[in-house]
Design a protein around this ligand. Structure first.
Ligand SMILES: [Zn+2]
Length: 120
């Protein structure tokens, strides 16, 4: 499951940042997931639950995730035309600008990142 590895990576990033800010308990996490990543929000949520479950080894990572809430913001795929700079939503994976009929560049939709997290 591709989402498990992605979520593991995000949790790593959060834990490193939490440690740097003297935070020992995470209460809320918000992540941004671009639709081009093909990561399913339901699978990310499940991976989050599995990965933040209290471990029997008494918290090997030293961060308390109990009752932490995950919020996922899905981001549309956006492209921009190099000619007229029009930005448009990519629905059908056609990247042609409807005005100039030129291939546009994807400017959003590849994100998979932590927006913010809260803790204490
Ligand atoms: Zn154009």
């Amino acid at each position: 499951m591709h989402e498990l590895a992605l979520m593991e990576n995000l949790i790593d990033i959060i834990e490193q940042s939490a440690r740097a800010h003297d935070i020992s308990r995470i209460t809320k996490v918000r992540i941004i997931v671009g639709k081009l990543t093909a990561a399913m929000p339901e699978a990310l949520e499940l991976a989050f639950q599995v990965l933040t479950r209290p471990s029997t080894e008494n918290g090997s990572h030293g961060i308390n995730w109990e009752n932490a809430v995950l919020e996922i913001e899905e981001r549309e795929v956006l492209a921009q035309c190099p000619e007229c700079h029009k930005q448009f939503k990519v629905d059908d994976l056609s990247l042609m600008c409807s005005t100039c009929n030129r291939p546009a560049q994807v400017i959003s939709g590849r994100e998979l990142q932590v927006d913010y997290f809260e803790g204490e």
